[in-house]
Design a binder for this molecule. Structure first.
Ligand code: ZN
Length: 413
């Protein structure tokens, strides 16, 4: 409770501020619930949030006035008669542009509140080092038709960006993206200049994969989750007690560059024997006797085709990479005691071939107590995980502050 001021004017003002803070918080709670869970009746919202029916009615009225939710006919009857009306997010009320800069592709999507995807594009990029400003220009070209297709009343609420690199969230500086060939790339700054949009947030792709899986994945809302993303490199994103583990600046979770084999190979980061040198894409292709084609993705397509017909060399390569993957997963289970470890990217795609070896190695590596509590599962979002996470991150300010800048004032009697 706020301290009351001795001055009557001050007391009123302070009470006013406290009431406004409560309302502000509750608006965010209701919008978050609708965003995560989809349409709900007012009764369901009241039950889910612990707020009274009349408070819910007021909050829904405010959110409607902001253009963020709408009420319409319900889908299922709760008793005799017509179904109760449902409150749902208006995707057009807050639209974000999501971008992903991966080693082998660029992806863009326009995503609205509630997770509605308006459109998306993905394009393979040749595996050659390109300067960040060129790649940013390519991404802007890819995004242009998606943004142009949005009707004028669809409000752009920001841009979320996933990048396969070690990234500072405060300004979007990519310190190191070894597999993109970038060092100290001012990605956030380049995007702000290119897109003419200031509300841009850049984050590591595995951290965003974890966010996406936490909100919309295998077990939405699970409190402790580790997401392991396999591409050219390995990234890990960690959710601890419902919150992302970022470290001091957003660099936490670089599990791909933890030591797993002191006798291993040289890694792109400069060290030797990193996890990704034993369990990343290059290791898989090497064990399978495959070369890397110029696009990278084609190499994996070819590998998948060979695995599908049961080629022994490929299945053996999957088992070997699965073993190293499982050892690393076992380490993460010991470190974080997650309820679920989600395998994404490459590991999602080839999960059926990797699963047995991963489970065996992880079970051997993990301590008995955390092992009993964990499920290891392939990603539900697959190749879209980081892009979904980028959209979720860009929508976060709107959900945290539904009455914030850019939304019309609410007029009260
Ligand atoms: Zn490394």
């Amino acid at each position: 409770m706020p301290v009351q001021s001795p001055s009557p004017d001050g007391a009123v003002r302070r009470r006013g501020v406290a009431a406004d803070e409560v309302r502000h918080h509750n608006l965010s709670v209701v919008l978050q619930r609708l965003h995560a869970a989809g349409p709900m009746t007012r009764s369901q919202l009241a039950a889910a949030t612990g707020l009274s029916r009349s408070t819910i009615a007021d909050l829904v009225g405010d959110l409607s006035a902001f253009g963020l939710v709408a009420e319409g006919p319900g889908r299922t009857p709760s008793g005799p008669g017509r179904p109760s009306p449902e409150v749902r997010c208006r995707p057009e009320g807050a639209v974000v542009l999501a971008l992903e800069f991966a080693v082998d592709f660029l992806a863009v999507a326009t995503v609205g509140l509630g997770g509605h995807v308006f459109d998306r594009r993905r394009t393979a990029r040749p595996r050659q080092r390109r300067l960040p400003d060129r790649v940013v220009a390519d991404a802007a070209l890819l995004a242009e038709p998606l943004l142009a297709a949005l009707p004028a009343d669809h409000r752009l609420a920001g841009v979320g960006v996933a990048v396969a690199g070690i990234t500072r969230r405060s300004d979007g500086l990519v310190h190191l993206a070894p597999n993109l060939g970038w060092r100290d790339a001012p990605l956030g700054e380049l995007l702000r200049a290119q897109l003419g949009e200031q509300r841009i947030v850049v984050a590591n792709e595995a951290d965003l994969g974890a966010l996406a899986e936490h909100r919309r994945g295998v077990r939405p809302g699970v409190r402790n989750l580790v997401y392991v993303s396999g591409e050219v490199g390995i990234g890990a994103g960690v959710i601890v007690d419902g919150e992302p583990l970022l470290g001091a600046a957003g660099y936490a979770g670089e599990a791909g560059h933890t030591l797993i084999n002191p006798a291993g190979r040289r890694c792109g980061c400069g060290a030797t024997g990193c996890w990704e040198t034993e369990a990343g894409e290059a290791a898989l292709l090497r064990h399978a006797g495959s070369g890397v084609t110029p696009t990278g993705l084609a190499s994996l397509d070819a590998l998948g085709a060979r695995a599908a017909v049961g080629e022994k060399a490929v299945l053996t390569a999957m088992a070997e990479v699965g073993r190293w993957l499982g050892i690393g997963v076992g380490n993460l289970i010991n470190l974080f005691n997650p309820e679920v470890v989600v395998l994404g990217g490459l590991y999602h795609r080839f999960f059926p071939y990797l699963e047995a070896a991963v489970m065996r190695a992880a079970r051997t590596r993990a301590l008995a107590a955390p092992w009993e509590q964990v499920t290891i599962a392939p990603s539900r979002l697959g190749a879209d995980a980081a892009l979904v996470g980028a959209a979720e991150l860009a929508l976060t300010p709107t959900i945290a502050d539904p009455g914030g800048a850019g939304r019309p004032p609410v007029f009260r009697s």
